[in-house]
Design a protein around this ligand. Sequence first.
Ligand code: DQA
Length: 150
Amino acid sequence: MHSLLILNGPNLNLLGTRQPEVYGAETLDMLENSCIEHAKKLGFQVQCLQSNHEGVLLDAIHAARGQHVGIVLNAGAYTHTSVALMDAIYSVEIPTVEVHLSNIHAREVFRHQSYIARAAIGQICGFGTQGYLMAIDALVQKLTQSSDVS
Ligand code: DQA
């Protein structure tokens, strides 16, 4: 079974208690379980990883080569700062969908810039945890169309 990597960056381990008015009440565990269940229905398996450390996220993207056919990435605040994460996505050439729980374009100006967006196949933001499931749908559709998976 083909596998997707669901990668969450800094502070997303605090989901459920972190600014629930912005990020919602669901915990990371709940979110990850929804992703696993949703992907299973589409015939994909999922590996989930969260880290507060940029280097760990980089290593996970590098290690995805040959392991995962797609990546769903919420890089948290690194979205707005990390050329290294952008370069990693370019380097591994694995279709990646950028996700944000909040609508970053309706927030502070410093959140409008995304380095990830340049390397991702698309960006989904503002739909809360539902956005991850939308990202999985988008990836599966893209992969199926391009016959990267069969
Ligand atoms: C976030 C948006 C980022 O600006 C912020 O730093 C986060 C979460 C989101 O999911 O809405 O940590 O990526």
